[in-house]
Design a protein around this ligand. Structure first.
Ligand code: G3H
Length: 247
């Protein structure tokens, strides 16, 4: 399986940020993993142009479940594809919290993304209260069951485990905690999808940085990362890409 280093720029970046793409491509020329950057929608087309002829792929951060229509401010999966995206992040905890997205919403968006030919990066993760209550695996199981569409496979679906309490906080789970969730996800997906789940990439996300990437990538069933803050600068993200290539 080819591993994946994915960067989520969230609501950061303007046209002048696109210089990071050339710098990232130059610094990761020997990478043996896939490299993806998901900028704000305003930058997708320009980033796709900047990334042309490099190994850097471009993705969206969300899409609407409908193909078109009266949905002011929303963007369809086909529009992302048209702008140059090949992937889309769905069900990020910030969307679940800020926009009330449910597992059913995420699944509908994932179906739309699949129909448009986008690879879905579907996010799951527990809150701190849920971890403290000992319900982490129950929550992850529920989110996987509700958010991942039937028929999903390794070629069209990536899962990102992002403990909500580790996002942007500098806190990370222990390696054992990451392994426990990733092993659980692999088993859960295998129970549902069979052999197809063996090569489905399982990313870890939440305060990944150059200093901890190597040990996280050496953890059981971790096939890459979904990186927020440390993906904004090529100098940082390229080190994470290099660590994943070496894993
Ligand atoms: O999508 C990325 C994650 O939310 C992780 O963000 P972070 O690396 O800034 O903690």
């Amino acid at each position: 399986m080819r591993k994946l280093a994915a960067g989520n720029w969230k609501m950061n970046g303007t046209a002048d940020s696109l210089t990071e793409i050339a710098a990232l491509a130059a610094a990761t020329g020997g990478a043996t993993c896939d490299i993806l950057i998901c900028p704000p929608a305003t930058l997708i087309a320009a980033m796709a142009a900047a990334a042309k002829d490099t190994a850097v792929m471009v993705g969206g951060q969300d899409c609407h479940a409908k193909a078109s229509g009266a949905h002011t401010g929303d963007i369809s999966a086909a529009m992302l594809k048209d702008a140059g995206a090949g992937h889309v992040i769905l069900g990020h905890s910030e969307r679940r919290a800020d926009h009330g997205e449910t597992d059913a919403d995420v699944r509908a968006k994932a179906d739309a993304a699949g129909a448009a030919g986008l690879i879905r990066v579907i996010c799951v993760g527990e809150t701190e209260a849920e971890r403290d209550a000992g319900t982490t695996l129950k929550i992850i199981g529920r989110q996987l069951a509700g958010s991942v569409p039937d028929g999903a496979g390794a070629a069209d679906t990536v899962i990102a485990y992002e403990p909500v309490w580790a996002i942007g906080t500098g806190r990370t789970p222990t390696l054992n905690q990451i392994a426990e969730v990733h092993d659980f996800m692999r088993q859960t997906l295998t129970d549902r999808f069979g052999a197809k789940a063996k090569d489905m990439r399982l990313l870890y996300g939440g305060s990944v940085k150059p200093s901890n990437a190597g040990e996280i990538f050496a953890t059981s069933n971790v096939d890459g990362a979904l990186v927020g803050g440390a993906s904004l600068k090529a100098a940082d993200f390229s080190q994470i890409v290099t660590a994943l290539s070496a894993a």
